[in-house]
Design a protein around this ligand. Structure first.
Ligand code: MN
Length: 355
């Protein structure tokens, strides 16, 4: 059976445990993201606080051979049928919670320099988005400009914001301007910027998984309705790992509000919300068959597949089975759009060289 090759718009790198310890002076390093393994839980410390706990079993389930070794990782990808990857951070995600200006600036700079030399300096098949300070906008803008010079193609932003810092607000305008000017994609990854366990009752594992989707939807509604994407038509937004079939649905909801509640709507936009979404908003999914259906049925085409390597939710070990299941009976042009076309609109990876 022929392999289906795909680029992945949602993967991760695992940083060395001592990344910040090695790079930063002790006073900063001891407040940088750090994980400690307890009896049942992995405890994460950052900026003097304890921010999350994950079950050890969850961490132990991350087992692709190349999770921590780039050359083995490329062999994993060849075996799975994945060519290019947009690889988000792992521990680096926690940098977005840092509120101390100096610590945030140095932690993200260290992460970006590591990704630049140890990942992108060694393969052009894996792109990492750069991390940005969420503590200070001037520092975020300076880092956007610095990483653009280094050759980054995207910046990572959390889907959850602190109250009063929602993405439709003017505070972000300098970041949007800098990213648009530099041609960097705004890559949001779900489950970041806040607690991912919000409910501990019946069905919690499923409820919490679904809950991670909603902040990604809010990113889109704020950035579209608040006018950011209308003011910056060159900006492209990716919501990674949150599924994609909700996008045409909220586009319809937003058009309805924009039209039916028009007397209350401000700012006015130069395009309908659904048009802005079709032109500037992309989403990636791993397993959802409905994400394929919407490309066939709604005309919303910014749908990208992702392997979520090396995570538990990912497709390692069953990538081909997943892709065959998703694309059985699906026209070639739609399969190609989801496996490559939308990805290649946002990111540049070299052409695949067949062995
Ligand atoms: Mn992911």
């Amino acid at each position: 059976m022929t392999e289906i090759w795909a680029n992945s718009a949602d993967s991760h790198v695992l940083e060395p445990d001592d990344l910040w310890l090695q790079a930063l002076p002790k006073s900063l390093a001891e407040r940088a993201p750090r994980s400690e393994r307890g009896d049942r839980f992995e405890v994460l410390y950052i900026d003097g606080g304890q921010v999350s706990r994950q079950l050890n079993d969850m961490m132990d389930a991350i087992r692709p051979p190349g999770a921590r070794d780039l050359s083995v990782r490329l062999a994993d990808l060849d075996k799975e049928g994945v060519w290019g990857q947009l690889a988000f951070p792992s521990m680096g995600f926690w940098s977005v919670l840092i509120q101390d200006r100096e610590l945030a600036r140095e932690v993200v700079r260290t992460w970006n320099d590591w990704a630049h030399s140890e990942i992108m300096g060694k393969t052009d098949r894996i792109l990492t988005p750069a991390c940005l300070s969420m503590a200070n906008i001037d520092d975020a803008v300076a880092e956007v400009e610095r990483v653009a010079e280094l050759g980054f193609q995207a910046v990572f932003l959390p889907t959850q914001t602190r109250e009063g810092e929602e993405y439709g607000l003017d505070r972000w305008e300098p970041v949007w301007t800098a990213a648009e000017r530099a041609g960097l994609v705004l890559a949001f990854h779900i489950g970041t910027g806040g607690d991912t366990v919000v409910y501990r009752g019946p069905g919690g594992a499923v409820v919490n998984f679904v809950e991670t989707t909603y902040p990604g939807m809010r990113v889109v509604s704020h950035m579209v309705a608040g006018g950011a994407l209308d003011r910056h038509p060159g900006l492209k937004v990716l919501i990674a790992e949150g599924g994609a079939s909700w996008l045409p649905a909220i586009a319809d909801r937003m058009d309805e509000a924009y039209r039916q509640h028009g007397i209350f709507v401000r700012p006015k936009l130069s395009r309908l919300p659904s048009e802005i979404i079709r032109e500037q908003v992309y989403a990636s999914f791993q397993h959802d068959a409905s994400a394929v259906d919407i490309v066939r049925s709604t005309g919303y085409r910014n749908v990208m597949w992702g392997d979520d390597y090396p995570h538990l939710e990912g497709t390692y070990g069953h990538t081909q089975e997943t892709l065959r299941g998703l694309f059985e009976g699906v026209p070639d042009d739609i399969r190609d759009r989801i496996t490559h076309g939308a990805f290649n609109e946002l990111f540049t990876v070299p052409e695949r060289v067949a062995p």
